[in-house]
Design a protein around this ligand. Structure first.
Ligand SMILES: *Cc1c(COP(=O)(O)O)cnc(C)c1O
Length: 400
């Protein structure tokens, strides 16, 4: 793994990734690629990025020893990387700031974004306000209902929320619509993609911005326990919080890396959002090739997850590659297990996690008891759960 280097010049991570878009989008993506290549080499770009992360987002986010939960489970020590403490409540702001700075550098005055849980929409609306750009957020009609507090937050921040009624009315459809809009207005518009997916150069760019998570965690764990964790685990929707944690650990061979997909009602049903752990074949969606939930005719399948942010039929291409080369293990947690882990974190640590992050927690809850007390699991707590309280109340049969 020492020589791990991805993607290649064409934007491929092994067989995954690349650029599969309509001809009209090719020059647009080439412009982004060139601008990012330039920015990546510019120390002033990264200095501004770090400055905004420090004074606006509140980084570094701490690592926290969940002592009561670890004692309750009676096995490995669980540590949390607290992305939930970031301004706007999740890891998504890291990437939104990076892309907004790139948009500014390219002279764009308007940003557009797609959103599922609403967290990326909020992050995009936030950076648009912060950097003085207008913002349109594309959101599936069903997600607008599921995530109404976040919709209102976006509006308060000055963004325009566009309801997408096509297809399954979730994240996948919102992303299609945002891409269509981008082609129509490339002159003044930059598309902020919210996860480590999409056509090249997005997967690499989003990874680079989110790597602040893993880079901080490595320093912090070394300081806290004198070594790196035995296992680092993260939930995987498109895969940005997971790749941000994992990438800096790829060369740390002693640390097992585990990605947890949304198991929905179970991998033995069709109602999940777990392309890798359900053994889905590779296919092309949203401009890149990766493992993708589809039927035998290549039609993209409907997905289900209790968490809107994981409700996506594809997965970022670097995860498919890391699966192929065996560096990261991919598994799934069902809605029920995620909800049980959600309750445990609330009750034993006083932390209300996002339902997405609860999937990573579920893996730790299940596996910590099988491990020794001197072993360490680091869980990426990708976001806070305030946005999910309506969903959880409904599932518990409680009227708010
Ligand atoms: C959006 C979201 C996710 C899923 O997205 P990734 O790109 O896979 O990280 C996970 N957790 C939270 C809190 C989110 O908002």
């Amino acid at each position: 793994m020492k020589n791990y280097h991805a993607p290649d010049k064409q934007g491929f991570f092994g067989e995954h990734g690349g650029l599969f878009v309509a001809e009209t989008l090719i020059p647009v993506l080439a412009e982004v690629k060139k601008a990012y290549k330039d920015a990546k080499k510019d120390p002033a770009f990264w200095a501004e990025f770090e400055d905004v992360l420090k004074y606006y987002v509140g980084r570094p986010s701490p690592v926290y020893h969940a002592e009561r939960l670890s004692a309750h489970l009676g096995g490995a020590q669980i540590w949390l990387k607290r992305e939930d403490l970031n301004h706007t409540g999740a890891h998504k702001i890291n990437n939104a700031i990076g892309q907004a700075l790139l948009a500014k550098r390219m002279g764009k005055k308007r940003v557009i974004a797609e959103t599922g849980a609403g967290q990326h929409g909020v992050a995009s609306a936030t950076v648009a306000a912060r950097f003085g750009m207008t913002c349109d957020v594309y959101m599936g009609a069903d997600d607008i209902i599921r995530q109404s507090p976040n919709v209102f937050r976006m509006k308060l921040l000055g963004a325009n929320v566009v309801s997408v009624d096509s297809g399954s009315r979730t994240l996948k459809d919102a992303m299609n619509e945002a891409m269509r809009e981008w082609v129509a207005r490339v002159d003044d518009t930059f598309y902020i993609i919210g996860t480590a997916a999409g056509p090249t150069p997005y997967p690499e760019m989003v990874r680079d911005f989110q790597c602040v998570i893993g880079n901080e965690a490595k320093k912090q764990m070394k300081k806290a326990i004198g070594r790196q964790p035995d296992i680092a685990v993260a939930c995987v929707g498109g895969g940005s919080n997971a790749i941000g944690l994992f990438y800096p650990y790829i060369g740390e061979k002693k640390t097992r890396l585990v990605g947890v997909e949304a198991g929905g009602y179970g991998l033995d049903t069709l109602d999940h959002a777990a392309p890798i752990s359900s053994g889905a074949p590779a296919g092309v969606l949203h401009g890149f090739r990766s493992y993708l939930m589809q039927d035998e005719n290549g039609q993209v399948l409907g997905t289900h997850s209790v968490s809107a942010g994981l409700d996506y039929p594809g997965i970022g291409p670097e995860h498919s590659y890391l699966h192929d080369i065996g560096r990261v293990e991919y598994t799934a947690a069902t809605d029920d297990k995620a909800l049980a882990a959600f309750d445990l974190l609330c009750q034993y640590e006083g932390i209300i996690p996002a339902l997405e992050s609860s999937h990573a927690m579920a893996w730790a809850v299940e596996n910590a008891p099988k491990m020794g007390k001197d072993q360490v699991i680091l869980v990426n707590l990708s976001g806070r759960g305030d946005k999910d309280i309506n969903t959880v109340a409904k599932l518990k049969g409680i009227e708010l």
